[in-house]
Design a protein around this ligand. Structure first.
Ligand code: C5P
Length: 232
């Protein structure tokens, strides 16, 4: 008898945590190694921010941001330098990671209208052979039945230093103590919002990457995956 595979049978690994914890890089490495799909859910909130800024929608206008998120015409592609994202046919890739977009996206993400508009889009990424999803609420809200849940943290100081290095490499000069303050503010907003706050799922494995290299974290994720597979 041939058994059909429902979306819920497709394995998911979730990697949640604050900005700068390394979750994006770790998720990419794990997905590449397994040959699974990748969902960078933060990019969706960043897209809402970019589109809102272009349309002069304010960061505190929840209903307007929700409508915008629900009607977003987004296209993800791959270019010579990695992911290419377009909104309404316009390439916005280079703008996604700016500090202004980081701050706006964190404000927009606090509105239930915005979060609700993005749920279906995120769950639709669950495709065979598997999905690695990174964000803030992947293990708690979007994929509560994930096979393996990781909560990746690092001290705010370490995260600010990593971000500072990244921006310097891109030729942007940003003050380190200002970055540290921005990271603390974003953490506080992400952790204290009423809907889908940044919190570890009760069944998540905690990894503190403050003193670890990306290679060490990736290796630990694979060890945990091996253990969780054994339990199936
Ligand atoms: O992960 P990243 O820094 O790209 O996310 C940008 C912002 O989007 C975060 O500050 C957070 O407020 C929001 N976000 C969220 N839920 C997710 C992913 C990101 O609220 N699953």
């Amino acid at each position: 008898m041939v058994q059909s595979q429902s979306a819920n049978d497709i394995p998911v690994i979730t990697i949640d945590g604050p900005g700068g914890s390394g979750k994006g890089t770790v998720a990419l490495r794990v997905a590449e190694h397994l040959g699974w799909h990748l969902l960078d859910s933060g990019a969706l909130y960043r897209l809402v921010a970019v589109a809102a800024m272009d349309r002069a929608i304010a960061a505190d206008d929840g209903p307007a941001l929700g409508r915008l998120a629900a009607g977003l015409d987004v296209d993800f592609g791959v270019g010579p330098d990695g992911m290419v994202v377009q909104i309404d046919g316009q390439d916005v890739t280079a703008r996604l990671r700016s500090e202004a977009v980081s701050a706006f996206s964190s404000q927009a993400a606090a509105f239930p209208e915005v979060r609700a508009a993005l749920v279906k889009l995120q769950r639709a990424c669950r495709k065979a052979p598997g999905l690695v999803a990174d964000g803030r609420d992947m293990g708690t809200v979007i994929f509560p039945d994930a096979r393996l849940k990781i909560f990746l943290t690092a001290s705010a100081e370490a995260r600010a230093e990593r971000r500072h290095k990244q921006l310097k490499e891109k030729g942007e000069s940003v003050n380190l103590s200002r970055l540290f303050q921005d990271i603390k503010k974003r953490d506080e907003r992400d952790q204290s919002r009423a809907v889908s706050p940044l919190v570890a799922a009760s069944d998540a494995h905690l990894i503190d990457s403050t003193e670890m290299s990306i290679d060490d974290v990736v290796q630990q994720v694979f060890e945990l995956l091996k253990e969780s597979n054994a339990a199936y």
